[in-house]
Design a protein around this ligand. Sequence first.
Ligand code: C2G
Length: 133
Amino acid sequence: MPKTVITYGTYDLLHIGHINLLQRARALGDRLIVALSTDEFNSNMKNKRCIQPYEERKIILESLMFVDLVIPEENWEQKVDDVRKYNVDVFVIGDDWAGKFDFLKNACEVVYLPRTKGISTTERKLEIVRRAE
Ligand code: C2G
C-alpha cells in the first residue's frame, strides 16, 4: 500500500512557502493529498477572502508534480473521516498549527513542519497594493 500523506489549506496566490510545505509533505510518503479549503469554508469559517476561486486554486495545485489528489475541505470536522476514507498514514501541516491537530494521532502520524519565514499570502497582497500605488 502506498504511504499516503494529507495536508489542508487555502493555497491562495500559491507562493514558495506553500511549495516548500507541499514538497516536504510529499517527501514523507508515496502520495500527497491536498484538502483544499472551499470558497464557502474560507469566507464562512476561516474569515479568509481568497483572490483566486476554488476551481482555479484546485487546478493550480493539481498541476504540481508532487500533488497526487486535491479534495475539498468544507469544514473543520472532516479530517478524521478523510484519514479513514483515504487510508492516510501521515497528516502534515505548518507549525503555525502546532498542537491543534494532535487529536489525529489516534488515526495517523501528525507532523508539524516549520513555516517558510518572510512570506504569506497576506504580505503578498499588501506588496502588490503598495507597488500599484
Ligand atoms: N505555509 C508555510 N509557510 C508560509 C505560509 C504557509 O509553511 N510562509 C503553510 C501553512 O502552514 C499551511 C500551508 O502552507 O500548512 C497552507 O497555508 P494556508 O493556505 O495559509 O493554510 P491555512 O489557511 O493555514 O489552512 O484545516 C487547516 C486549514 O485549512 C489550514
